[in-house]
Design a protein around this ligand. Structure first.
Ligand code: FAD
Length: 532
């Protein structure tokens, strides 16, 4: 959205006219948007110079900001901020609301917005990107055309900008085709699960912000919780868990439910009602995991490019900044009618001169340091703070999240269900099973379509994923897409209920072996987030 707005503005300044098309798979703008969020909102002053800052639908300025260490039933508020976690001057917000507001502005500036269109294919000619195609619809489970078959639209463009958010399904193909990850670390991710609650007056004030460390995660697991106070007695609560965990039975949704039972958290929710649920992954590899961001006729922005500052849990202002830099580059390319890689390389220079580099370079080894657990990670991070990010060992490698899980027999820790014994009987007042939560995301998919999640190799899936890892998909999925079915002869298979899918992309990231590929379903399918 930021890319299109800034491109419309820049083209106008240069006296140029070009069509700008923005294509969104959600049924409406914002319906697939989920964030925390506490936002570094100054970025809107550069994006929307003509708009009164107070008109932007931010929720509340942060009035109090604390980091709290949790045990199962206890809590300890840290006397100081953890580095990079100071939120003074930032705003709590619903990113869905902001995107809807930005969409109006973009349309006023002439951007053509097409919602409910899933882009499923990159178009190429002579080995170069020439646009994209939306998904064919009216196809049954097996790929047969039905009466209502509609071929997707081919959209040819001088420049295609990939802004698909985390683990973009097309950006992934683009990165692979042009080897854009060459000499870079692989991307690594967290999964964030979130609920929005309506609570009695007095439970929490708008602008009160808490981040938690510790329970329900152990010293080997990376992540933490958040509690953000919003106007009108709403509160956003969530748990973000690094997907490099080892336990094949780990379940982030259920861990989030256990987290809410800690008295420090449950007091904010007491007497309230959960109104919305959702989940999404976040790219957290940082600076060394940023792929090359351009190729002939194409640029990558935002989370698809891995531009997220994990120590601060912030990506919105960086996504907006990258969108603006991409727009500047696009305007230059349009004015010269040159979309070659060498022309578009200016995008990288602009990024390196922006807050993106300033925020990500000093913490370039942050996430990798925690791959060996919190204690070593914290020590290592300490050395990075005094060496400008280098630490003692220079660039640290990252490992794909699909490779960090132990098999059932290798895993020697306490399995998830034993760890949280007594915490997983959900009372549907404070804690919820997945089915109830999924119901609160408004998720819906057309029944007749090719399933958009696909087991890549059914044979190896059986021997590796089911036998060795115990079908961990059934646990890591935040929305009950995967069910392990055992027939009366003891034969096991994974059943896929794609209609529940929240588009969080965890399966595409965490599934071991040949894994699972997530692609887009029919346009307009998926969650229907209102206030996330
Ligand atoms: C739980 C959680 C908490 C977070 N908290 C914060 C926070 O407090 N502060 C902060 O600054 N950041 C936070 N972030 C990160 C922040 O939300 C992201 O960095 C930011 O939203 C990235 O913006 P984006 O435009 O790149 O991607 P997105 O916001 O994900 O938008 C991508 C859009 O592209 C659409 N799309 C994707 N693929 C296709 C396709 N093939 N065809 C058509 N449309 C497609 C999607 O439907 C979506 O609408 C959080 C993230 C999570 C998950």
């Amino acid at each position: 959205m930021a890319t299109s707005i800034h491109l419309a503005d820049t083209l106008k300044e240069k006296g140029l006219t070009h069509r700008i098309l923005l294509i969104e798979k959600g049924s409406s703008i914002g319906s697939h948007i989920l964030s925390g969020a506490v936002i570094k909102a100054d970025v809107f002053k550069s994006l929307l110079p003509d708009v009164e800052f107070s008109d932007i639908p931010l929720n509340s300025i942060v009035t109090s900001d604390k980091t709290v260490l949790l045990s199962e039933n206890g809590s300890f508020t840290l006397p100081v901020h953890v580095p990079y976690m100071n939120n003074s001057g930032n705003y709590t917000a619903s990113l869905s609301h902001i995107c809807r507001y930005l969409a109006k502005i973009a349309e006023e500036k002439g951007v053509e917005i097409y919602t409910g269109f899933s882009v499923s294919e990159i178009l190429y000619a002579d080995g170069k990107v020439i646009g994209a195609k939306t998904i064919d619809t009216g196809i049954d489970h097996n790929g047969n055309k039905l009466e209502n078959f509609q071929p997707g639209s081919r959209i040819e463009a001088k420049l295609t900008i990939f802004a698909e958010g985390t683990r973009g399904s097309l950006a992934k193909q683009l990165i692979k085709k042009y080897d854009l990850e060459k000499d870079k670390n692989c991307q690594v991710y967290s999964l964030g699960v979130k609920e929005l609650w309506s609570v009695p007056e007095g439970n929490i004030k708008p602008g009160e912000v808490y981040h938690t460390m510790g329970y329900p995660l152990n010293l080997k697991e990376f992540g933490g919780g958040f509690v953000y106070g919003l106007k009108d007695n709403k509160v956003a609560v969530g748990l973000v868990v690094g997907l490099d965990y080892e336990d094949p039975t780990f379940d982030a949704h259920d861990a989030f439910q256990a987290w809410k039972t800690n008295p420090f958290i449950s007091k904010f929710l007491k007497g309230g009602k959960m109104v919305e649920y959702g989940a999404k992954t976040l790219p957290e590899g940082g600076f060394y995991s940023i792929p090359k961001l351009y190729t002939d006729n194409a640029l990558i922005v935002g989370d698809s490019a891995g531009l997220l500052a994990m120590p601060a849990l912030k990506g919105v202002h960086l996504a907006i900044t990258s969108g603006m830099m991409a727009a500047k580059t696009a305007a230059m390319a349009l004015s010269k009618n040159d979309f070659s890689e060498s022309m578009l390389s200016q995008y990288e220079s602009l990024i390196n001169d922006s807050i993106i580099y300033k925020e990500l370079y000093p913490v370039r080894n942050f996430r990798q340091s925690f791959s060996k657990g919190l204690i070593l990670g914290a020590m290592h991070f300490g050395t990075q703070l005094i060496t400008g990010g280098a630490g003692f060992f220079g660039r640290l490698e990252a490992h794909p999240d699909s490779e960090t899980t132990k098999t059932l027999s290798e895993f020697k820790g306490k399995p998830f269900k034993e760890r949280f014994k007594g915490k997983l009987e959900f009372d549907k007042v404070l804690t919820f099973d997945k089915a109830t939560d999924v119901f609160h995301s408004g998720v819906a998919h057309d029944e007749k379509q090719v399933p958009h999640v696909r087991i890549n190799n059914p044979e190896s899936f059986n021997t590796i994923n089911i036998k060795q890892y115990g079908a961990m998909e059934q646990f890591f999925c935040s929305s009950e897409v995967y069910e392990l079915h055992t027939d009366k002869n003891g034969h096991q298979e994974l059943r896929i209920h794609f209609e529940n899918c929240m588009h969080c992309k965890t399966c595409d990231i965490k599934s071991p072996g040949d894994g699972i590929t997530w692609s887009v379903p029919n346009g307009g399918n998926g969650p229907d987030f209102q206030n996330m």
